[in-house]
Design a protein around this ligand. Structure first.
Ligand SMILES: [Zn+2]
Length: 329
């Protein structure tokens, strides 16, 4: 699905269409965009996060980026609200971080006052994977669904949970950490120190750790996938083990949440594309009997934009506007 602005979009876009100003903060980059209620990204820009320079520094640079993006949006329309998707954990009520592993040094701080003041708008905050899940129910693989899980399998493994149409955030903004489900008791530990969790055995960093344990030389999950595609036996074993652990995790999530759909995103998910049928079969094999006919798994169609689009849903919600994709077909 294209999220680029097309001539048809421009033609049907009336002046005065409500727009929102959003950002997505990750450990590597910060992105900003102006988005309309149909999920069209009208203008966008990216800068490096450089979290080691501190939250105040990043907040100042992001405020400038968001201001520029707003000024450059070549479509008439009023920006009615602003929201930020961010790596977490983060408290959605205050925007305060809680020991964020990918944003070291940002604990107990928030960007909200800086951004609100610079933009002249209230700024709402959500966890990136939770907002990605929300985006999938409006613009992605699960449009109209009320029970959906989003699982990102990348350097780490994270997740977002939508139950009865609402994001589940937990008591401290920490819900959805599906990467730390224990799927291999006694197995290796993740960076957070839990032994045998899904992230330790099925994430990009878990794959690289397994390469090292075997004394092999690939330095990325991508390298392992490429070698497996060329028939390397050790690489294939590592990929098969990744798929099996992921299947165990997904079967557990299906049993607990009974979602309409689990959407998978992230770089490792892309690498697993040739093994998708295996993932479905292995998940079905260990899932409850109600999944004998098949498991509701899908790969994301939103690419890397799910966080930005989820922030847009949140911003529109705050303005009393329901954002969703235009009817197609
Ligand atoms: Zn863990």
């Amino acid at each position: 699905m294209s999220r680029a602005l097309t001539a048809a979009d421009t033609a049907t876009m009336m002046s005065g269409d409500p727009l929102v100003l959003v950002a997505d903060i990750g450990g590597t980059s910060m992105r900003a965009a102006v988005v309309d209620a149909r999920g069209v990204l009208i203008e966008r820009a990216t800068i490096a996060t450089e979290p080691e320079r501190g939250l105040a520094d990043a907040a100042g640079r992001l405020a400038v980026l968001m201001t520029e993006v707003r000024a450059n949006a070549a479509v008439p329309g009023e920006v009615v609200a602003a929201a930020v998707a961010t790596a977490g954990p983060v408290d959605p009520a205050t925007g305060k971080y809680r020991f964020p592993p990918n944003l070291p040094g940002w604990h107990d701080e928030t960007m909200v006052p800086t951004l609100s003041e610079a933009l002249g708008l209230p700024v709402h905050v959500g966890h990136d994977a939770t907002l990605a899940a929300l985006a999938e129910t409006r613009f992605g693989a699960g449009i109209g669904m009320r029970h959906l899980l989003y699982v990102t399998v990348s350097t780490g493994i994270g997740g977002g949970i939508i139950v009865d149409g609402r994001p589940v955030t937990g008591a401290h903004g920490g819900a959805g950490e599906v990467g730390h489900m224990i799927v291999a008791p006694g197995g290796p530990s993740c960076g957070a120190g839990c032994g045998g969790c899904l992230e330790a055995v099925a994430s990009g960093s878990g794959i690289v750790a397994e390469v090292r344990r075997r004394g092999l030389s690939w330095d990325s999950a991508k390298g392992v996938f490429a070698a497996a595609a060329e028939g390397d036996a050790a690489a294939r074993e590592i990929v098969e083990s990744t798929v099996r652990h992921l299947a165990n995790g997904l079967a557990s999530l299906l049993a607990i949440f009974d979602p309409e759909l689990v959407v998978l995103g992230g770089g490792v998910t892309q690498g697993l594309a040739p093994y998708w049928a295996d993932l479905e079969r292995l998940t079905r094999d260990v899932a409850l009997p109600r999944y004998a006919g098949g498991v509701p798994l899908a790969r994301t169609s939103l690419g890397g934009d799910a966080g930005l689009l989820g922030a847009a849903v949140l911003a529109f919600q705050s303005a009393g506007i329901e954002a969703r994709a235009a009817a197609r077909g």
